[in-house]
Design a binder for this molecule. Structure first.
Ligand code: SF4
Ligand code: FES
Length: 369
């Protein structure tokens, strides 16, 4: 059995933003009993013993945890590489200095668009100005910086200006990831899915930018799997490389697996090692034994592992089916139908009509710079 390489610590689902593509669960109120600092310290220690090297601190908005600095310092003491994935709301100069002193290694900041009004509309709150100021602060403090941009129908046409902004801000890396349809994004799928024409134009812009910026900025472009012939090898395989711990201590093979009807595994009842090695949840889709046809006899079964279990569940109600993104899946029409609708223009809904993620802002600290 492989060792987990990375752990995504979803510290809290509290968040000041309302992005309509948020992958957090819809039932946010069920996650209020957050792990204490002592519990996180135990989990991080167990993760390190299990082989985890990279700790991704996420949420919601991880800066809404008042004890984030202490948590980073503990992770650093254990020898974990720490990466903060944030909207940057709550990253005041004082907090940034504290995180730097605590040993935070890397910062990823999300932006919604290059244009303030559109960015604020997608985020559901005025935030663009603060994000840009926070990006400059991160650069001043000498952190390596990644910008994350979730792409969808309402911002993908601005990909060229988004790349220009990232270059101007001095980002070391930009992740342009087309929306994955889980959580709130699933709810808003019809209004978020781009058209084929939009995608073709975006890909041409990315190709040109990669050539131009080869030595300056790494550009990661995550294609929308609805338009692919084959599914993505989700998480590098179920329970193979990564694990996620939710704010209340549930442990999952991927951040979206909370929706699947599988036995729960929590650090409040079991060790992380038991959960990784023996829990029914992590065993369920490991390897290839569980696979139905056409995956079972397919030569790509150890390339994409039958695709994404959460997507199979989302679309068919059965997590053990072939991911319907695959053109060989008997359920492929479920994806093809959504793509057809996106290209007919019937679902081109104005951004104002997207359903925003529910409000969970905790207002830990003023965001004034
Ligand atoms: Fe992958 Fe299954 Fe499709 Fe083969 S049939 S390409 S293993 S999803
Ligand atoms: Fe859960 Fe793909 S997101 S397996």
């Amino acid at each position: 059995m492989n060792k987990p390489f990375g752990m995504l610590a979803e510290l809290t689902y509290a968040c000041p933003l309302h992005c309509p593509y948020c992958s957090n669960p819809l039932n946010l109120a069920d996650y209020r009993e957050e792990l204490t600092m002592a519990e996180w310290q135990r989990v991080m220690m167990e993760a390190r013993s299990l082989g985890v090297l990279q700790l991704h601190l996420s949420g919601g908005e991880p800066l809404q945890r008042r004890d984030l600095v202490e948590l980073v310092a503990s992770a650093r003491e254990l020898g974990l590489y720490t990466n903060l994935i944030t909207s940057a709301l709550g990253l005041s100069p004082r907090r940034a200095e504290q995180l730097k002193t605590a040993g935070l290694d890397h910062v990823q900041i999300s932006i919604q668009a290059d244009e303030p009004a559109l960015s604020d509309r997608i985020a559901g709150t005025p935030s663009y100005g603060h994000k840009i100021a926070a990006v400059r602060l991160v650069k001043e403090l000498g952190w390596p910086l990644t910008l994350n941009v979730v792409l969808h129908r309402h911002n993908i046409d601005r990909i060229g200006s988004i790349l220009d902004l990232a270059e101007e801000l001095g980002a070391d890396r930009i992740e342009l990831a087309n929306t994955q349809y889980y959580g709130w994004a699933w709810y808003n799928r019809a209004a978020l899915l781009p058209s084929r024409v939009q995608l073709d134009q975006a890909e041409a812009v990315v190709r040109a930018a990669r050539q131009r910026l080869e030595r300056k900025m790494q550009i990661i472009y995550v294609v929308p799997d609805y338009y692919s012939r084959y599914p993505k090898p989700c998480m590098g395989g179920w329970g193979q490389q990564q694990l996620t711990v939710t704010p209340n201590g549930d442990v999952l093979p991927c951040p979206a697996a909370h929706a699947l009807k599988l036995p729960r595994a929590t650090v409040r009842e079991h060790s992380l090692a038991w959960i990784w090695e023996e829990s029914p949840l992590f065993q369920r889709f490991r390897g290839t034994e569980w696979m139905p046809e056409p995956c079972r006899s397919c030569e790509r079964r150890e390339v994409d592992f039958g695709g994404c279990r959460c997507q199979a569940f989302q679309l068919t109600g059965d997590a053990a089916r072939t991911d319907p993104v695959c053109h060989l899946s008997p359920d492929h029409r479920l994806v093809a139908g959504a793509v057809e609708a996106a290209n007919a223009g019937a679902e081109a809904i104005a951004p104002e009509r997207l359903v925003p993620r529910a409000s969970t802002d905790r207002r830990v600290e003023t965001t004034a710079m």
